[in-house]
Design a protein around this ligand. Sequence first.
Ligand code: DC
Length: 225
Amino acid sequence: MKKIIPVITIDGPSGVGKSTLTYAISKKLKWHILESGYMYRITAFFILKYNLSLNKKIIFKLENLKFNFKIIRNELKIFFHDIDISNKIHSQKISMMASKIAKLPYIREWLLHTQRSYKKFPGLVTNGRDMGTIVFPDAILKIFLKTKFKIRLKRRFIDLQNRGFKIDLKTLNKELKKRDYQDENRIICPLKPAKDAIIINSTNMNFKETVQVSMKYIYKKLKML
Ligand code: DC
């Protein structure tokens, strides 16, 4: 019998805590990680850096996009021509461009194959917007994370400050709402829970509790494999 490669997907809006939960789960299970948002961010970085026009021909240019991932002191680092761009790709300018290009079918299709190539033994924990609905519809467990907007805004604000960006809360509030709207209302692969996803609302939970709740569902699923 062919053994399946198990995938756990964590989808949800920006600032909801997908990344931290992904890392916690992957550490416990010793599985691979895919942060699909990074792919949209790196693509956006490349488009902005070389001022590329948004049309189907862009894919030929994107084929030359070369970057490396490295884990340094438990942190995922992204290098573009040997330059560490890990913080750069988290700027608001890149976030807004990533959300803008995420509406384009040719960009999504181009990234789909790369995303699926991350499915490797012993398993994959991945996060994004459409991991459960489109990229890995056969995932063994699909989590959709939710939390109050105010909490997400604060988290994103602190994250940007820690990465060395200066932004006022009012602008961030406006941009985060715009990105939520774009991600939830685009025609293809909008942000929404898969029909078989479990919804975890972490508004009244701390991080440890969110991990505990998720692990309960995960162990239950793994026992059934
Ligand atoms: O997860 P993130 O904030 O790093 O993602 C940045 C943008 O990339 C997000 O606003 C929309 C897009 N994205 C997407 O459309 N689908 C995904 N699976 C992941 C990200």
